[in-house]
Design a protein around this ligand. Structure first.
Ligand code: S3P
Length: 466
């Protein structure tokens, strides 16, 4: 067993980190000259959530290095501890996290409501774990998370046998009335969502027989990769119509493993775009996950003329990783195909910033899912562009940004709506605009990228309290 004192310390740390969630903090970014230097991307948020969850579902000890210690991931850690996992971390050296799991189906009834803060990934993936346990649990979150659709996981998990009580429109708080007598399903995803796919596969682990998810459009496959790493039987095949079929065999014996979390391409994106839009910049972001199902932004930036080299390509924790070397220069507008959306779904806000600094028009389509993120991201981006004098048109699922090749006006105050990526994207715009750009609340940045301002300032940016 892990030491009681260490466990208590870890609990203190989790509680302190979660209660330290900063109050509203206005931030401002001032125009900066060229950016230069080497930085390391923070740990991948998606992989970090999954490393903790699979560690909890495994028997024996799992160690995780490179874990993202952002609020979202700490919310997952706290929920898993409430289910009975021992999760401790070592502050020194590599900041190794150690998990002693409860095994598939071995979680205990949480004694209180699980508060998942801002984290949609925690809520959706945990719903799959909770649904397949024979007790009732309750989940809630902040105002952003309580507004996000949960029906997309309620529907398939109900077909498997769980029951749910939600607010109007399938919103949280949510009661999950689980069962350990789930029935396996074959489910075709109506929306391209790795979270929904993962919730079903996680439920399938504690379900007799084979559970299959069919994805018409491929989404990030970290769950599938990690299932295999922990010893589950997963089959991935391509159907005749091009869809991907993912099948997991129930009741595997997952064994504790070592996981190395690669850097997050979605976080690296802010430093990469900041460098790409400041001519003369020379920045390397080390240790960036470049899984093709996550790398759509980098493909798009290259089409816009960005000079980005993938150096030192290697594998970390079963994921492809590279150091991204960016040299700033002129970008041009491009057409971004709708089919690329799943591989860059979190990157449209920062792409819109790149497009605002490019010469010509950038057309983005297939963006309906942006309306279901931490905020209605399509509306948040459009409002931010408007506040900073960037000509654009927003449609139901499209965004067209007209760049002139000259610096955007800037000078706006952007509403972040509890959305970390809106805050970070518009702070990056402030580095390249004629006038400083402010965001009304920078505190959500800690959900995914603690140290964001310090990291960019180390490269020559000027981001600070307004
Ligand atoms: C995630 C999947 C995506 C993404 C989110 C993380 C994941 O959400 O936007 O930030 O870790 O599975 P959807 O599944 O809703 O597309």
């Amino acid at each position: 067993m892990l030491g009681g004192r260490r466990a208590a310390l870890a609990q203190c740390f989790l509680e302190a980190a979660l209660s330290a969630r900063a109050t509203t903090a206005k931030l401002i970014a001032r125009p900066a000259a060229r950016l230069e230097g080497r930085v390391r991307a923070p740990g991948d948020k998606s992989v970090s959530h999954r490393a903790l969850m699979f560690g909890a579902l495994a028997l024996g000890e799992t160690t995780v290095s490179g874990l993202l210690e952002g609020e979202d991931v700490l919310s997952t850690a706290a929920a898993l501890r409430a289910l009975g996992a021992d999760i401790v971390f070592e502050r020194d050296g590599d900041r190794l996290w150690r998990i002693r799991g409860f095994g598939v189906g071995g979680g205990r009834e949480p004694g209180d409501v699980l508060d998942l803060g801002n984290s949609g990934t925690s809520a959706r993936l945990l719903s799959g774990i909770l649904a397949s346990h024979p007790f009732t649990s309750f989940m809630t979150g902040d105002a952003s998370l309580r507004g996000r659709p949960m029906q997309r996981v309620i529907e398939p998990l109900s077909r498997m046998g769980a029951r749910f009580v939600a607010r109007e429109g399938g919103r949280m708080p949510l009661a999950v009335i689980g069962t350990d007598e789930m029935v396996p399903i074959e489910y075709r995803l109506p929306v391209a969502s790795a979270q929904v796919k993962s919730a079903i596969l996680l439920a399938g682990l504690n379900t007799a027989g084979e559970t299959t998810v069919i994805e018409p459009e491929a989404t990030r496959d970290h769950t599938e990769r990690m299932l295999r790493h922990f010893g589950a039987d997963v089959r991935v095949t391509r159907a005749a119509d091009g869809a991907t079929r993912i099948t997991v065999v129930g009741w595997p014996e997952l064994k504790g493993r070592d996981v190395a979390v690669p850097g997050d391409p979605s976080s690296a994106a802010f430093a990469v775009v900041a460098a790409a839009i400041r001519p003369g910049s020379d920045v390397t972001v080390e240790n960036v996950g470049v899984n093709p199902l996550r790398a759509g932004l980098y493909e798009t930036l290259r089409e816009m003329g960005a000079d980005i080299a993938f150096e030192n390509a290697r594998e970390v924790g079963g994921e492809p990783v590279a150091d991204l070397h960016v040299r700033g220069g002129g970008l041009k507008g491009v057409e971004v195909p709708a089919h690329r959306a799943p591989s860059m779904i979190d990157e449209y806000p920062i792409l819109a910033v790149a497009a605002a600094c490019a010469e010509g028009t950038t057309r983005m389509s297939g963006l309906a899912e942006l309306r279901a993120k931490e905020s209605d991201r399509l509306a948040s981006v459009a409002a931010g562009l408007a506040a900073n004098g960037v000509r654009h048109e927003m449609g139901a699922d499209t965004l067209v940004v007209h760049g002139t090749g000259a610096a955007p006006a800037g000078g706006g105050l952007v509403k972040t709506h509890l959305d970390h990526r809106i805050a970070m994207s518009f702070l990056v715009l402030g580095l390249a605009a004629r006038e400083p750009v402010a965001v009304d609340d920078g505190s959500p940045i800690d959900t995914s990228f603690p140290g964001f301002a310090a990291l960019l300032n180390g490269l020559g940016a000027k981001i600070g309290p307004a």
